[in-house]
Design a protein around this ligand. Structure first.
Ligand code: SF4
Ligand code: SF4
Length: 343
């Protein structure tokens, strides 16, 4: 776990970032929502339980909203995982979505996935690809995923080496291609295999994503022609103005311009399908949040049931979702969520 000094530094850094974000936002997100005729945002259902297994990661990407990296020690314990399994057994989630950091680096990851696979659920693992080739002990992950019927969602910010590496680090693209081939070799992304491999695109720099369908076609063409790689779908995700990406915007002096872009392209049609309306997100230490982004801002759910130990579906379904100016990242253009564009 981070030392108290490091935690305090992180919190004061986050507070500073958020005050800058608020200064750069000319119309608050709450006012914008009010203009659409809503006083508040409430859940539609709770179909997805997203679980963050820890902030430890083998990469240190520039756009990471988790501020993850090899130096992060926050990791979900087996006790919290057991509590999550209890909640899964008593509720009817359609999907459990495992994320991190690199969730595979949690020492109890495989046990947890095997336990989850005993339920009738879609299990998603947000795999950063390079972990598969980072160390021999991870080389069999494609087979492990296949055995447990896991859906793999992986970030590949671009089909060019230069653009991916500029966001995610030196030689990440080359390692990702190697890992994608290993996933393809066991059947992932191949028609008729039933093994789903989805990729995630996010823009490089302070721009908004373009058309998902067109970009998917382009990715498919480039990856098959150059590397003989196949995948199912491409999810386009807007870079959220929080954490490392907000830091980048502040350092480059792009924050005001970026927020203006997000606000100008606010799409009221996206509000009904925001991912927070169908999910609850669990942090490594068991607290509950409306989404992974609120988790990183330490904005816990507004409910008495704010920890996995006190999970109460009825209380959570009647909660008011915690929104703030970072939420513009989910409502611009075609909207954005962990599953790509939403409108
Ligand atoms: S974006 Fe993903 S792979 Fe990159 S540092 Fe963050 S958690 Fe790790
Ligand atoms: S960041 Fe997005 S998903 Fe999270 S609460 Fe805001 S609108 Fe909902």
């Amino acid at each position: 776990m981070k030392s108290l000094k490091a935690q305090n530094h992180y919190l004061s850094q986050t507070n500073y970032q958020l005050s800058e974000l608020n200064k750069a936002t000319v119309v608050s997100f709450c006012d914008k929502i009010f203009e659409t005729g809503l006083n508040e945002i409430k859940p539609n259902s709770i179909d997805i339980l997203q679980i963050n297994l820890g902030k430890m990661c083998n990469q240190v990407c520039k756009h990471c909203h988790v501020d993850a990296g090899p130096d992060r020690k926050e990791i979900m314990t087996k006790e919290i995982m057991i509590k999550c399994l209890e909640v899964v057994s008593k509720n009817s989630f359609k999907t459990v979505d495992l994320t991190g950091g690199a969730p595979e680096m949690n020492p109890n990851f495989r046990w947890f996935v095997e336990e989850l696979s005993k339920y009738k659920l879609n299990i998603i693992v947000r795999c950063n690809l390079t972990i598969i080739v980072a160390n021999k002990k991870y080389n069999d992950l494609p087979l492990f995923f296949k055995k447990n019927g896991v859906e793999v969602v992986s970030s590949l910010p671009h089909f060019s080496s230069a653009r991916t590496n500029s966001q995610r680090g030196n030689s990440v693209f080359e390692k990702s291609i190697k890992a994608l081939k290993m996933l393809n070799d066991v059947g992932y992304g191949k028609e008729g295999s039933g093994l789903v491999l989805n990729l995630v695109y996010n823009p490089t720099g302070a721009i908004l994503p373009s058309n998902q369908e067109m970009m998917e076609k382009q990715y498919k063409k480039e990856l098959i022609q150059k590397f003989n790689i196949v995948f199912n779908h491409l999810f386009m995700i807007t870079n959220m103005p929080i954490s490392r990406f907000l830091d980048f915007l502040l350092k480059m002096g792009y924050l005001k311009e970026y927020m203006e872009r997000l606000i100008e392209s606010f799409n009221p049609l996206s509000v009904d399908s925001l991912m927070c309306r169908d999910m609850v997100s669990v942090s490594w230490d068991g607290y509950l949040f409306d989404c992974d982004f609120n988790q990183m801002l330490d904005m816990k759910v507004k409910s008495k049931s704010n920890h996995i130990n006190s999970y109460n579906s009825n209380q959570l379904k009647s909660r008011k979702i915690q929104i703030d100016n970072h939420c513009y990242g989910c409502t611009s253009g075609s909207g954005s969520s962990c599953g790509g564009q939403i409108v």
